[in-house]
Design a protein around this ligand. Structure first.
Ligand SMILES: [Zn+2]
Length: 113
């Protein structure tokens, strides 16, 4: 698989509608000018790596493994939950930080486009 794989899904796979519940609410705020145009809001967004936790210790620092990101929304016409995009990248094993910094709240992400 291409290590920079990215695919957007513009419409509902069940009914073809382009009306999305969370995207519509985010657009209301964009129209009012109270959020940035590049700001996005999803039902859910997940990021992770594909790794066997039992074997992870054997990976040397600097090794790369496949990483994924996907975001979902709900079709406003039929209720289908579907992926808005799926993305593959590479994650590099590094030394674990002493503390984990808190990330953005679930469902929110700033995308550069
Ligand atoms: Zn639908």
């Amino acid at each position: 698989m291409d290590t920079k794989f990215h695919k957007d899904f513009k419409s509902c796979p069940a009914c073809g509608s382009t009306n999305r519940f969370f995207e519509s609410m985010a657009n209301e705020l964009k129209d009012r000018g109270v959020v940035r145009k590049e700001w996005a809001f999803y039902l859910d967004i997940k990021q992770g790596v594909v790794m066997d936790k039992v074997k992870e210790q054997r990976l040397i620092i600097g090794s790369q493994v496949p990483a994924y990101t996907y975001a979902t929304d709900i079709c406003m016409d039929c209720g289908c939950v579907y992926a808005m995009f799926i993305e593959r990248s590479n994650a590099t094993k590094s030394i674990e930080p002493a503390t984990n910094m808190p990330g953005p709240p679930l469902g929110q992400v700033i995308r550069s486009s």
